[in-house]
Design a binder for this molecule. Structure first.
Ligand SMILES: NC(=O)c1ccc[n+]([C@@H]2O[C@H](COP(=O)([O-])OP(=O)(O)OC[C@H]3O[C@@H](n4cnc5c(N)ncnc54)[C@H](OP(=O)(O)O)[C@@H]3O)[C@@H](O)[C@H]2O)c1
Length: 245
C-alpha cells in the first residue's frame, strides 16, 4: 500500500449512512475497507462503489480509491479479531476508523417497560462494539501519521437538553458511546477521536420521513474522517460544528 494513500475502515457500510461514507471517502482518494456483517451484502456494496468509480474515471479525471469488502460483525469479538487478521493481509496501517454500525431496536418503547434483552443487545452493538473495534484496530491506527476514530453517535444521546422518552436503550447506548469517545481521546493523545451526529437521515433506520439525504448525513462524518483539523479531538459534532454532550 503506497504510503501517501490514506486507508479507512467504515463499519456497517453495506447500506445507509455507512455506505455513503465509504463512497465519499473513496472519492477523496482513500482505499476504503467496507465493513459488513453479511459477507455477500458487503461484497455487493463494494462492487457497486468500484463500478461507479470506474465509470467516473472513464468520464472525468478523478482519483477515486479502491473499495475492499471486509466481513466484520462488531457485536462478536471473534469476528472483529478475524477481520483484523484479514485486514493485515493487505495493510499494516489504518488512517481513519469510522465506527458507524448501529441498531435501533426500541423505537416506540418506554424506559419503564424496556427489557434487559433490548438493552444488552443495543449496548453490545452501539457502545461495546465501537470500543472493541477501536481496541483491536488501534495497532494499525498507530502506524498512521494522522490517526482518526469517528464514532457515529446521535443527538438522541445528548444529555444537555434532557430526554423526550424516545428509544431509551438506543439513546443511552449513544450517550455511553460519547463516553467511549472522550475516554479514547484521553488515552490516545496523538489521535483525533470524535463523536458525530449525522442528523435525521433517510435510511432503513431513519425512515422515509427523515429530513436529510444520506449524502447530507454522511458529509460531516467523512469530513471528520478525512479533512477536519487533526488537533480537534474529544468533541461531539454535527454539520462540522461542535455540539453539547
Ligand atoms: N438514520 C438516522 O437518522 C440516524 C440518526 C442519528 C444517528 N444514526 C446512526 O448512524 C449509523 C448508521 O445508521 P443508518 O441510518 O445508516 O442505519 P441502517 O440503514 O439501519 O444501517 C445500519 C448498518 O449497521 C450495520 N450493523 C448493524 N449491526 C451490526 C453488527 N453487529 N455488525 C456489523 N454491522 C452491523 C447494518 O448491517 P445489516 O445490513 O447487516 O443489518 C447496516 O449496514 C448508526 O450508528 C445510527 O445509530 C442514524
Amino acid at each position: 500500500m503506497a504510503k501517501e494513500q490514506r486507508i479507512a475502515l467504515v463499519t456497517g457500510a453495506n447500506k445507509g449512512i455507512g455506505f455513503e461514507v465509504a463512497r465519499q471517502l473513496a472519492r477523496k482518494g482513500f482505499h476504503v475497507f467496507l465493513g459488513a456483517r453479511n459477507e455477500e451484502a458487503g461484497k455487493a456494496a463494494a462492487q457497486k462503489l468500484n463500478r461507479e468509480a470506474e465509470e467516473e474515471r472513464s468520464s472525468e479525471n478523478t482519483r477515486g480509491g479502491a473499495v475492499t469488502a471486509l466481513k466484520i460483525d462488531i457485536s462478536k469479538p471473534e469476528s472483529i479479531r478475524r477481520a483484523a487478521e484479514e485486514f493485515s493481509r493487505t495493510s499494516d496501517r489504518l488512517d481513519s476508523l469510522v465506527n458507524n454500525a448501529g441498531i435501533l431496536l426500541d423505537n416506540d418503547k418506554e424506559i419503564l417497560t424496556s427489557t434487559p434483552e433490548v438493552f444488552e443487545t443495543t449496548l453490545r452493538t452501539n457502545t461495546l462494539g465501537a470500543l472493541l473495534v477501536s481496541q483491536v484496530f488501534v495497532a494499525f491506527l498507530k502506524k498512521s501519521d494522522t490517526p482518526r476514530i469517528v464514532n457515529v453517535s446521535s443527538g438522541g444521546g445528548q444529555l444537555s437538553d434532557g430526554a423526550d422518552g424516545w428509544a431509551p436503550a438506543y439513546c443511552i447506548s449513544k450517550t455511553a458511546l460519547n463516553g467511549v469517545t472522550v475516554q479514547l481521546a484521553a488515552a490516545l493523545p496523538e489521535f483525533a477521536v470524535n463523536s458525530v451526529c449525522p442528523g435525521w437521515v433517510r435510511t432503513d433506520m431513519g425512515g422515509s420521513n427523515a429530513t436529510r439525504s444520506v449524502a447530507e448525513g454522511a458529509s460531516g462524518i467523512a469530513w471528520l474522517a478525512a479533512d477536519a483539523p487533526q488537533t480537534e479531538t474529544g468533541k461531539f459534532w454535527r454539520d462540522r460544528k461542535v455540539i453539547p454532550w
